[in-house]
Design a protein around this ligand. Structure first.
Ligand SMILES: Nc1ncnc2c1ncn2[C@@H]1O[C@H](COP(=O)(O)OP(=O)(O)OP(=O)(O)O)[C@@H](O)[C@H]1O
Length: 415
């Protein structure tokens, strides 16, 4: 088990991680989510002893990484797939890591097979594609057959077959009773891979709960309703009837309505009673992506703006129709909104317990989001505390050991 207690990391004035406490338990895949720059990699580096916490602590099986007996055999990690000596053959790279940890050479060939790199084992890794590099990093993490595995963005650059393989690998490692902690920005993938989620924003804990609870606490299923587009009066009439019956109705960009708080048959009956024809009445399930967007929209640091193209845009030829403006979830464009929370009028975000700890961050609300941001607190100066110097990275942590997963697409790990 990985356990963080009050984990904090400051780089000069920058607080990358603040007062983070969580546990990553064996036997399940725990997803580690958060917007860019929210502190995921910093947290993983502290878990692996590559960075010293400014405050708090993190342990693996009760020990800080650096005090773990034979750490490379107990913990495997993929942090940065590019952190390899490009001039070395893939096999030699793994062989060096194996020798440092007393792992037999035959294990190198096993993991090369597990990740599907056996045919390029004698090729220099500097010629590897992004996906091949990721596979090599995963091989290194599996090398010592460890009980605890950390993967930072493991599917980065992988093709669909590779993504499926990683998904199955994570799940089977967890099914063997191992602790699997994996960060990713791919919500669709996390939804089908992770059992549990730890979500952070601006270095602070936003959620620590099962995927199922996370979705149900942070978004609601809804119905989509569409009336004939030729008659806006029908839409207004239906909106009034649904609202009067206690539903929440939000207009969508294509003229449809998003309705929560009323079951589908009731919506149908109300439309019938109001003498409004329906062209669509469909159920929609909230996705992890929607729930995540809703939860983190106040904690996003890097937001894109519309490209004004410095006025260089070409005039459209006469008669040409401009392309429609598509909404991009989470970017605050007009017309997009996160799905409504099940707790109408209450705390819009689910928290593991109580309110978030007071921290140095005052997350601004998203313009136009229309949702109060519970993390918008007055900025408090962080207590003066000198940041400890980060130690030199240990070679053990850029990639380590492990096991295989029965998988239909890869040779079986014969460990
Ligand atoms: N060595 C460092 N020195 C100074 N600031 C740092 C250092 N490492 C990380 N940071 C800062 O700490 C914050 C958290 O960075 P981190 O890489 O942990 O985020 P992340 O959640 O992994 O981001 P991403 O999803 O983009 O990979 C960022 O603002 C980053 O600029």
């Amino acid at each position: 088990m990985i356990e963080a207690v009050g984990l904090t990391k400051r780089y000069g004035d920058k607080t990358a991680v603040y007062n983070l406490s969580f546990q990553v338990r064996p036997g399940s895949v725990t997803g580690f989510l958060g917007p860019n720059g929210s502190g995921k990699s910093t947290t993983m580096r502290m878990i692996l002893g590559l960075d010293n916490p400014s405050a708090g602590q993190v342990t693996i099986g009760g020990y800080p990484y650096r005090r773990l007996p034979n750490a490379p055999r107990q913990v495997g990690a993929l942090l940065d797939a590019k952190a390899v000596h490009g001039g070395r053959h893939a096999r030699n790279h793994l062989l060096c890591l194996a020798q440092l940890s007393g792992i037999p050479a035959r294990r190198v060939d096993e993991v090369l097979g597990v990740v599907g790199l056996q045919d390029v084992a004698k090729k220099r890794s500097k010629g590897f594609s992004l996906g091949m590099g990721q596979r090599l990093g995963i091989a290194a993490a599996l090398l010592g057959d460890p009980q605890v595995l950390l993967f930072d963005e493991p599917v980065n650059g992988l093709d669909p077959e590779g993504i499926l393989w990683v998904r199955n690998l994570m799940k089977s490692l967890a099914a063997e009773g191992r602790t699997v902690f994996v960060s990713s920005h791919l919500m669709s993938e996390m939804a089908v891979t992770a059992d549990h989620l730890i979500v952070i924003g601006r270095g602070q804990l936003l959620a620590d709960m099962s995927v199922r609870d996370f979705i149900s606490h942070n978004s609601a299923d809804f119905a989509r309703v569409r009336t004939p587009g030729t008659d806006p009066a029908q839409r207004e009439k239906l909106t009034a009837a649904l609202t009067e019956a206690g539903g929440q109705v939000l207009p969508e960009q294509d003229g449809g309505l998003r309705v929560t708080g009323l079951p589908l048959p009731r919506i149908s009956d109300l439309a019938h009673e109001a003498d409004v024809r329906l062209w669509e009445l469909s159920p929609h399930q909230a996705s992890l992506e929607e729930a995540y967007m809703r939860m983190t929209q106040g904690a996003v640091d890097y937001r894109s703006t519309t490209d004004q193209r410095a006025g260089l845009q070409q005039q459209l030829p006469p008669g040409a129709v401009p392309p429609p403006q598509m909404p991009v979830p989470g970017q605050g464009q007009p017309g997009w909104y996160a799905p409504p929370s099940p707790q109408h009028g209450g705390q819009p975000f689910a928290m593991p317990q109580g309110q978030p700890p007071a921290g140095p961050y005052g997350a601004p609300g998203v313009p136009g989001a229309g949702v109060p941001n519970p993390y918008a607190q007055p900025a408090q100066p962080a207590p003066a505390q000198p940041a400890q110097p980060a130690p030199a990275p240990s070679p053990a942590a850029s990639a380590q050991p492990s096991s295989a997963a029965p998988d239909l697409t890869k040779p079986e790990d014969a460990r």
